[in-house]
Design a protein around this ligand. Structure first.
Ligand SMILES: [Fe+2]
Length: 232
């Protein structure tokens, strides 16, 4: 469990979408950067390719991105795991061909004041569902499926969310329209805060304590860039 919960909560807010965070040229730079970076993870089971933006790549774009982010969320420090070459990273490019399942990006250091998670869409396709529900343990993928619970990955696997909220059956219409890749029983007690349809140029900002996942509406492929931040 995170220890600085009071400070974490003080910095919590509703998710926001900022339009035109990137201009056309910057979007192209991000997309090119993705193709230039080395692969960090190629998970065939989850059909996802991950690449980290190590500080050796596109230094000018790094300054630009960090400053733009500061103008939206105020003072922060980046909090992304180092690349496999142990270089500092500004975040993760994720190209996925399957919807990402329910999880939280709270990290593994319980002494940090975890702050905002950001998503920059780099494909036309993609949808993200943010729930009102929050979690103060470590980065976890939430599931009630035994196979998924036994799977190994960066996140812890757990079903502990089931007993944390009010246990109400999840909204059937929303499940049918957006969350068919999740068993409805895995969404017990969850309430949707925001359904975000990706748009190039936008940035989505939400709290690292917010449960979230992709929507099931993924025909081909989505590519996004995410950063995790902390407050000092
Ligand atoms: Fe996430």
């Amino acid at each position: 469990m995170h220890t600085k919960i009071d400070e974490i909560k003080k910095n919590e807010s509703k998710p926001i979408i900022v339009k035109n965070f990137l201009d056309k040229a910057e979007i192209l730079k991000f997309q090119k950067l993705y193709s230039d970076l080395p692969v960090e993870v190629d998970n065939k089971r989850q059909k996802i390719v991950k690449k980290k933006w190590s500080i050796n790549f596109e230094k000018e774009l790094q300054i630009n991105y960090k400053n733009k982010l500061k103008s939206i969320i105020g003072d922060y420090q980046m909090d992304n795991p180092n690349s496999k070459d142990n270089l500092e990273s500004l975040g993760l490019f994720q190209e996925s061909f399957l919807p990402v399942s329910l999880h939280v990006d709270t990290g593994f250091n319980f002494n940090k004041i975890i702050f905002k998670q950001t998503l920059v869409p780099l494909s036309e396709e993609g949808e993200t569902i943010i729930f009102k529900n929050r979690f103060y343990g470590c980065s976890t993928t939430f599931s009630i499926n035994p196979t998924e619970l036994a799977a190994k990955g960066y996140n812890k696997r757990s079903s502990e969310h089931i007993n944390l909220y009010n246990g109400e059956t999840f909204d059937k219409k929303i499940h049918d329209k957006y969350l068919k890749h999740e068993e409805i029983g895995n969404l017990k007690g969850l309430k949707v805060e925001l359904i975000y349809k990706w748009k190039l140029g936008d940035i989505l900002v939400f709290d690292r304590t917010n449960l979230h996942c992709s929507s099931s509406n993924l025909k081909n492929r989505k590519l996004g860039f995410t950063s995790s931040t902390i407050k000092l």
